[in-house]
Design a binder for this molecule. Structure first.
Ligand SMILES: [Zn+2]
Length: 132
């Protein structure tokens, strides 16, 4: 599986998902994307079923914030590790349950919980900037 260098830190998390997703071997690539200033960002992540019969996951590294409409001013902020792991859990769960069913959400929650346990063990501290 090809993992974007921007997301190399996700490798141990993907390993945690192995026992829970039978189709994980069909995931051939995880790529990184950033929103553009002149384009509306429509999602934070997506899973694509490719013409070769395997899966590709695209994760955004950052998101747009509209700071002003007139004149249009958009700022771009990096997602936190917690956010990215939440999106990864959601997309990985699609490999097992393609539709947004309760089974999909339950698997997403299970993966996210495993991910948060590992992140906590790594000594994660919040990436939010303090307001003062
Ligand atoms: Zn989804």
């Amino acid at each position: 599986m090809k993992l974007s260098k921007h997301f190399s830190w996700l490798a141990p998390y993907i390993n945690l998902a192995i026992p829970h997703i039978k189709n994980l071997y069909l995931l051939k690539r995880i790529s990184a994307r950033s929103p553009r200033k002149n384009q509306v960002q429509r999602c934070n992540a997506m899973t694509t079923w490719t013409s070769e019969g395997d899966y590709k996951i695209t994760l955004y590294r950052s998101y747009q914030d509209i700071e002003s409409l007139k004149p249009l001013r958009i700022s771009i902020t990096n997602y936190s590790k917690i956010d990215i792991l939440e999106y990864l859990a959601h997309e990985l769960a699609h490999l097992q349950h393609w539709e947004h069913t309760t089974d999909h959400k339950k698997l997403e929650n299970k993966l996210h919980s495993l991910f948060m346990n590992r992140l906590k063990r790594e000594g994660y501290v919040s990436e939010e900037e303090s307001e003062d």
